[in-house]
Design a protein around this ligand. Sequence first.
Ligand code: FPP
Length: 238
Amino acid sequence: MDNVRKIPQHVAIIMDGNGRWAKKRGLPRTMGHAQGARVVEQILEDADHMGIRYLTVYAFSTENWTRPDSEVKALMNLLRTYMKTSLAKCAKNNVRIRVIGDKSRLDEDLQASIAHLEHETRTNTGISFQIAINYGSRDEMVRGIRKIAAKAAAGQISPEQIDEEMFSDSLDTAGLPDPDLLIRTCGEERISNFLMWQIAYSELYFTPVAWPDFNKAELEKAVDAYNSRERRFGGLVN
Ligand code: FPP
């Protein structure tokens, strides 16, 4: 039993360090993001092969709008390209895509591509891939509370009925299991407004490796660390 690696069901990743990776190579930051996007696709496949069932990545935060226009545009274009080009791959690999975050601020064509990809992949039963775009945990919680408050104001529910399950169901991640493991790359040890409700009991793993250098071996290291902690705590201390 000791040799059997337990695979986390849901892994969430804060993909940090694209800019530093590019700077180190004398490249524009956008090249770091482009390489980062290639790594996302590879890690999705690797995670799937390892038996991870849910992968959630932080692609664009509610705070990222303050970056220079050219960088915001480049990131949006990467996401646009991903939404437009990944359908065949998702069909082949049985991947289900969901975007979490407030989509209403995104360009309409991007919103349409997201809706199309989510719809076309909704019955796929393989790995479930969540991409956080214009996502912030506080914003997600406020939007969730508004939905619940509207129901209460309309007399459909009473305040006493509001519980953790109802709140979880009001979030963008409704229906998904909470992450077992959260990975953040490139050295910072912060949560940065990502899945704050959902990671209440997750293992946190920080690595100095920049996202564009992240690979299957690094993912395996993170899973190994998750396993050693599981063993240490015997799964009893949450
Ligand atoms: C953080 O690095 C990374 C981001 C803000 C963007 C992450 C987005 C991608 C990897 C592309 C997503 C694509 C798909 C297909 C989902 P940083 O720019 O903050 O790096 P720095 O801290 O070194 O400056």
